[in-house]
Design a protein around this ligand. Structure first.
Ligand code: FAD
Length: 446
């Protein structure tokens, strides 16, 4: 039996700071069930409720306990280039042999993943990279403002921190070697400031003694971005706001989207069917099974990532610092510094591997020799990775009332609010944007 965990009075006077056209009787009579309460599902539920729908948000856990809990917290508008860039096939073998590289394989999980990995690697061409970059740019540009729009006036606002997003390179040669990605950023209008030597030490004192890792560090700062000081609490606060606005939060595991005559009529959860007119599937990496049942073989797999949190540190970075050779970020979070990132392929099963966590700690100790902490915590998370690195956002043809919002890979925290707004506009029939690049139907015939 599904359990209502947060149920407040159904207030018809909806909070409407974004100036949305709050729907009348017609929308209020439509019941939408959003399955999955990570940043994507919660954002979708908030916008649907603001538009006037009657909304239930369903999760097998409390909101914000999946991948949205442990990420690096960066609102990463510069995150426009996919992992599958043209140089990856040449770099990957060497990376796997290097114990200091951020790429790991959990060999036991690899055989089952091989078909997915093969399809994924086929996207390492210039043409695919350019196409994917355009789709990701449209989803992530200006995302700090998108977070302000969803969080303003809610408890979640307290977690929003305006900040630079700083990429740290070991030396000038490493900056030059990243020209493909930096040139793409320039083309898309991103501007940055480079610093080194005394100027860099003054800007970010933590990098002053990083000599054991970075011979002559250079920082590339994207200004005017931001981060979330506690991503799990941020999602929970947005869910609290949703409940305060009359939304319903239920704790139960969805096992089936029930349809009749080509349209959604309910969601089976905890053994019973809850009636609805519209279902939104936003279960992150766990979306594949329910998507298949809806007729779409979505190639979504886990790209495992890790965090190491250092609590009670004697100092903290001023900004999120992406250590580019190691592909992880140090983010100053509430009460701790979170070091999050890395990439491990190897499936959903099995617990954390030691090597990635050991790499995080080794690099932190080497790069910041004066950093001390009282205790540490560790976490393994599952980025929902689609073979073409573009999330599935939109309706499912042939199944009226079925919508998807999953597959956000490395940029789900950044783009969750925009995804939610787009889905709400699609469901309300209020968009004339061409969102074909994200259509789930590109996988309908696989
Ligand atoms: C180490 C790491 C660092 C990252 N850093 C960043 C970053 O700095 N910036 C950024 O933008 N992104 C980052 N990401 C990516 C980002 O965290 C994800 O893209 C995002 O959290 C995905 O959100 P989601 O809502 O799709 O999924 P999730 O947060 O995983 O939510 C899915 C929810 O669905 C629920 N669920 C699953 N199955 C069912 C079911 N059958 N019934 C009911 N509920 C179900 C789960 O319990 C879960 O709560 C990072 C990821 C990792 C791993």
């Amino acid at each position: 039996m599904p359990k209502a965990v947060l149920r407040l009075s159904h207030n018809l006077h909806l909070w409407n700071p974004a100036g949305y056209n709050v729907g009348g009787e017609e929308l209020m009579s439509k019941h939408v069930i959003v399955i999955g309460a990570g940043i994507v599902g919660v954002s979708t539920a908030v916008y649907l409720r603001r538009a006037g729908f009657n909304v239930t948000l369903l999760d097998k856990q409390e909101p914000g306990e999946g991948t949205s809990y442990g990420n690096a917290g960066v609102i990463a508008s510069p995150g426009i280039t996919p992992v599958t860039h043209p140089r990856l096939p040449l770099q990957a073998p060497g990376m796997l042999l290097n114990k200091d590289s951020p790429l790991f394989l959990r060999w036991r999980g690899v055989p089952r993943m091989l078909p997915w990995l093969t399809r994924y690697m086929k996207h390492c061409t210039q043409a695919h990279t350019l196409r994917i970059t355009q789709a990701l740019y449209d989803l992530v540009n200006d995302s700090y403002r998108e977070h302000e729009a969803i969080a303003r006036g809610t408890l979640a606002e307290r977690h929003l921190c305006p900040s630079d997003y700083v990429f740290v390179y070991p030396n000038r040669a490493a900056v030059a070697a990243d020209a493909f990605s930096l040139d793409l950023h320039r083309e898309y209008g991103f501007r940055w400031r480079e610093r080194e030597g005394a100027e860099l030490s003054e800007y970010e004192p933590m990098l002053a003694d990083s000599g054991q890792t970075f011979s002559s560090p250079v920082s590339v700062s994207f200004e005017g971005h931001g981060y979330i000081s506690d991503p799990g609490e941020y999602v929970k606060d947005l869910a609290r706001h949703f409940a305060e606005q009359g939304g319903e939060v239920m704790r139960a595991e969805a096992s089936e989207v029930v349809s009749e005559g080509g349209r959604v009529v309910g969601v089976r959860a905890g053994g019973e069917v809850m009636k609805c007119d519209v279902a939104v599937l936003s279960c992150g990496v766990w979306s594949g099974g329910l998507a298949r049942a809806a007729g779409v073989k979505a190639p979504v797999e886990t790209e495992r990532g890790y965090h190491l949190e250092l609590w009670g540190t004697n100092t903290a970075p001023r900004f999120p610092l992406m250590l580019t050779p190691y592909k992880f970020v140090l983010t100053p979070m509430r009460g701790r510094v979170r070091c999050a990132g890395l990439v491990e392929f190897g499936g959903l099963g099995g617990g954390p591997s030691r090597a990635p966590l050991a790499l995080l700690e080794r690099v932190v100790r080497r790069t910041f020799p004066d950093l001390r902490w009282e205790r540490k915590t560790e976490w393994l998370g599952h980025r929902p990775a689609v073979t073409d690195s573009i999330p599935l956002i939109g309706g499912v043809s042939g199944l009226e009332g079925m919508y998807f919002g999953f597959g956000h890979h490395h940029i789900g925290l950044t783009s969750g609010p925009r995804t939610g707004r787009w889905l709400s506009e699609m469901i309300g029939g209020r968009t004339n944007m061409d969102l074909g690049a994200y259509s789930p139907m590109r996988f309908a015939k696989n």
